[in-house]
Design a protein around this ligand. Sequence first.
Ligand code: DX5
Ligand code: ZN
Length: 213
Amino acid sequence: MKVSPSIIAASFLDIKSIIRELENNGADYIHLDVMDGVFVDNLTFGPDIASEILSFSRLGGDTHLMIKNPEKYLEKFLDTGTEILTFHIESEGNKMSMIKRIKERGRKAGITLNPSTPLIEVEPYLAHVDLVLVMTVHPGFYGQKFKHEMINRLKELKKLREKGGFNFLIEVDGGINKETAPLVAPYVDIIVSGSFIFKKGSIKENITFLKRL
Ligand code: DX5
Ligand code: ZN
């Protein structure tokens, strides 16, 4: 299993040592949650801070844009050096041209959807994207409760991938912990986790647990 720790659940004052700890303990990516206070009810950081974080780290950037107008900021986020750039189907802009642009710049194009959005909405993009992120909480905050009904969505998405012969990776984000990670593991390639990794016990043990799934 690949693991992408969501650093909004970490202490920003300790970010340098936390990044080194993630690198030394098997993390595969750094998950960067970008929120604009409009698309979701919270604010985090923009491309300048994402750039600083990614240039300090040797881990791949896994940027999750929760912003109203991702197209407007696409180049700026590509300039951060992120390996994966994921935007929401519910956001504004031309989705196909965003996917094309992300791929032209040699990055992985990801699409994601809120739990309340039907999976069928992303189907037209499945042949084109490199990654589908399944949200298992409503986006905006770390530490929320996993929505169990999203397990069916993961199963369905994996089936669609098999049937269509598609190559996208499946990533899951929201409420992943010791109890819920084993439930999603059969269907996903990458697990995002915030509060489970940073808020209890040791970062090393928590990452190791997820990696072994
Ligand atoms: C939610 C974010 C998630 C979140 C994950 O809006 O997209 O990445 O930080 O945190 P946990 O694992 O605590 O749900
Ligand atoms: Zn996220």
